[in-house]
Design a protein around this ligand. Structure first.
Ligand SMILES: *Cc1c(COP(=O)(O)O)cnc(C)c1O
Length: 216
């Protein structure tokens, strides 16, 4: 018997959210046809991980009202391709990257909205600020005038039990509040209910909306 992926409609997720909570549909490695379908059902915010894939989709879907979010790791040599095509960049994981994004958006008289990525689990595979480094860099970061830091993003390790991620969401929220930030990009298909309880304002759902990704 085939395994049935438990799927939710974007609309039913949005209907569960409060006013300050938003659904980001994570469409990496998903075909544009499925994105169009979701967009027709009222989904506006889409998150992509890979710059080239995102740029291709932005081109194809240029006549829609889609707002694009970049959520995957961003290499410095790719920043020049972003222009002002993304409403938000969620994955700003170092001061140097923030500085470069600010420099490029200044050249276009643009202010880029960003989230700082926080890595609280000290996973070597994941980059990002920790509590100490975000505090240490805060003054310099807030002086960059062509980025607007709207909040913090975090991606805890995948746990079998989403409850195990609660401490990371809680901590991220706490750090954000100290910095007077109001947006929190937290929670995936696996743990978004816990993330919402801990103050998430942007849940990033892929699989639960679209089904499994095509990995080729
Ligand atoms: C892929 C991805 C998601 C979505 O994950 P799902 O488990 O498919 O919901 C969310 N955030 C980031 C940063 C991702 O790379």
């Amino acid at each position: 018997m085939a395994v049935q992926t438990h799927k939710l409609s974007a609309e039913s997720v949005r209907n569960q959210l409060q006013k300050n909570q938003n659904l980001l549909a994570v469409s990496k490695l998903q075909p544009v046809e499925k994105m169009i379908e979701l967009n027709k059902q009222g989904q506006i915010h889409f998150g992509e991980n890979y710059v080239q894939e995102a740029l291709d989709k932005i081109e194809i879907l240029s006549t829609t009202n889609i707002q694009w979010h970049l959520i995957g790791p961003l290499q410095k040599n790719k920043v020049k391709y972003l222009k002002n095509k993304f409403a938000y960049i969620h994955s700003v994981d170092s001061f140097e990257l923030a500085e470069l994004i600010s420099k490029k958006s200044a050249e276009m008289n643009h202010v880029q909205k960003v989230f700082l990525q926080i890595n609280l689990s000290n996973e070597i595979s994941k980059s990002g600020f920790n509590e100490i480094s975000v505090m240490q860099n805060w003054k310099k970061l807030s002086e960059l005038n062509a980025i607007q830091i709207v909040g913090l993003m975090t991606m805890p390790p995948l746990q079998n039990n989403p409850e195990e991620n609660r401490i990371y969401f809680k901590k991220c929220f706490e750090i954000g509040k100290k910095l007077n930030l109001h947006e929190f990009s937290m929670g995936t298909s696996h743990d978004y209910l816990v993330a919402l309880q801990e103050g998430s304002t942007w849940i990033r759902l892929g699989t639960i909306l679209f089904g499994e990704r095509h990995t080729t």
